[in-house]
Design a protein around this ligand. Structure first.
Ligand SMILES: Cc1cc2nc3c(=O)[nH]c(=O)nc-3n(C[C@H](O)[C@H](O)[C@H](O)COP(=O)(O)OP(=O)(O)OC[C@H]3O[C@@H](n4cnc5c(N)ncnc54)[C@H](O)[C@@H]3O)c2cc1C
Length: 444
């Protein structure tokens, strides 16, 4: 049995010890596959389904006991960019519609998260994707600059998964970062990332219809003052928060309100502090909402299992998408997905009156395949919110429909490169674009 031993005994350790040396170990290989997708959020679902539907033997590994990422563990609603994004989004939407778990909401759509979990599992099973839940990917296996697989940790211990191509859909770019890919973190200048938000659901909303974020902010501020509630809202008056997002089940809503600032979502101590603070904010918010006309009957149903992380690593790829590209509505010969969502930056430091994205303008734009190819690494693709882009551009393409679309493109590319025994970086971007258009992705 392979053990890491501390010598001398822990009680005798010298003060100031900052690391220990682990024993060299043999790590059993649990599985091999053509395409390994790490992370089962919107991007991972897109990647695994696209790879398997193209004929690859696809394995998806996920740390939680569910698919959906922010859609389900994070209770994020609504679904933005649900149209024009190709066949995988269409399959998901159709399933939710058939289950009566999908409805239009303002300029987007909302869904029932429990139905989402179940329908995603059905889609995976029908496509033949192998699923492995409850496994955290903790390291990448790299030979030279070639990614060969990942190391996972679970109740079964530490094991390896090997693949021809790996697709990093962890949101945080864990696989790419552990393989040595360069990345950026936060905005230029102070390195701050967007605040985290613990989503929660309420019931008892009746037929309350919210006009705007500012109108609900004003109503809550008035309730605090008139009823001497002795609490503060965690953010200033802005155009993007708070929102009560009506869900398909009558009288229920997802609430986008709590905000925790200046924390590092890659640090478990910060995640813990942020989660506890945001859970307190959620309970206080419900007390305030009960004094807002039309919302007297609301109750807290549940907070999300996972605090919402908007931004962490942005892996640097062969191309970095920028605000200029968005402002120009740029198209690319290797464009593999499009996005028409605005630049939605929740101010990294709390401030009143700052409009989302500082009022940055954009036009529908494309995302080039090169943003999915981490610099200097072979056999690895990234998809979802960790692709290569600036802090500002990321604030647009991070929405879930676009993440499915980059995942779909990465899954197709991974399946093709595995079948042709070529690294993804040697696939032709324009040919991939043509294949995606052929499969119904609306790229002009
Ligand atoms: C509070 C909040 C509100 C938002 N509101 C909206 C909205 O209204 N509409 C919208 O469309 N988008 C919204 N977004 C953006 C959107 O939810 C995310 O950008 C999107 O979910 C990112 O998709 P992803 O697949 O890249 O990552 P995620 O959804 O984060 O999924 C990553 C998956 O990988 C798993 N994982 C991570 N690390 C590991 C590891 N090391 N090993 C194994 N598994 C791992 C996670 O458990 C998760 O399932 C919001 C985001 C937040 C945080």
């Amino acid at each position: 049995m392979n053990r890491t031993r501390l010598t001398p005994h822990p009680m005798d350790l010298p003060p100031g010890l900052t690391s220990i040396r682990e024993a060299v170990r043999e790590t059993p290989v649990r599985a091999t596959c053509d395409v390994l997708v790490v992370g089962g959020g919107p991007a991972g679902v897109g990647a695994a389904l696209a790879a398997a539907q193209t004929g690859a033997d696809a394995l998806l590994v996920e740390r939680y006991g569910m698919l959906g990422g922010m859609w389900t563990a994070g209770l994020v609603n609504p679904f933005f960019e649900a149209t024009r994004n190709g066949w995988i989004v269409t399959q998901i939407v159709r399933r939710l519609e058939e289950a009566g778990a999908w409805m239009p909401w303002r300029w987007a759509y909302t869904f029932d998260p429990e139905t989402m979990r179940r329908e995603l599992e059905r889609l995976m099973s029908e496509a033949g994707v192998r699923l492995l839940y409850h496994c955290l990917c903790v390291d990448s296996i790299v030979e030279g600059n070639r990614v060969r697989g990942v190391v996972i940790e679970s109740k079964a211990g530490r094991e390896a998964l090997l693949a021809n191509v790996v697709v990093d859909c962890t949101g945080d770019g864990d696989v790419a970062a552990r393989a040595g890919a360069p990345f950026e973190f936060g905005r230029l200048g102070d390195g701050l990332v967007q605040p985290m938000t613990l989503m929660f659901e309420i019931d008892g909303t009746g037929d309350f219809a919210q006009d705007s974020a500012a109108a609900l902010f004003d109503a809550m501020a008035q309730a605090i003052e008139e009823h001497n509630l002795g609490v503060e809202l965690p953010f200033g008056r802005a155009n993007y928060v708070p929102w009560l997002i009506a869900l398909p089940a009558a009288g229920t809503a997802a609430v986008q309100l709590t905000h925790v600032y200046r924390l590092n979502p890659l640090d478990p101590a910060d995640l813990t502090a942020g989660t506890i603070d945001a859970r307190r904010q959620a309970a206080e918010a419900v007390k305030i909402l009960r004094h807002v006309p039309g919302l007297q009957g609301v109750r807290l149903r549940r907070t999300a299992a996972q605090i919402g992380v908007r931004e962490t690593r942005r892996i640097l790829g062969a191309y970095q998408l920028s605000l200029d590209d968005l402002a120009a509505g740029r198209r690319f010969p290797d464009g593999i997905a499009s996005c028409a969502f605005g630049v939605d930056i929740h101010e990294p430091a709390p401030g009143a009156g700052v409009p989302s994205g500082h009022g940055a303008t954009m036009q529908p734009y494309e995302i080039p395949y090169r943003c999915l190819l981490p610099a200097d690494l072979l056999n690895l693709l990234v998809a979802g919110r960790c692709i290569s882009g600036t802090h500002e551009a990321h604030a647009s393409y991070r929405v879930t429909g676009t993440c499915v679309a980059t995942g779909q493109a990465a899954g197709l590319a991974a399946a093709l490169s595995s079948a042709r025994n070529l690294p993804p970086s040697q696939l032709s971007g324009p040919s991939l674009r043509a294949a995606l258009i052929h499969l119904g992705v609306a790229l002009p």
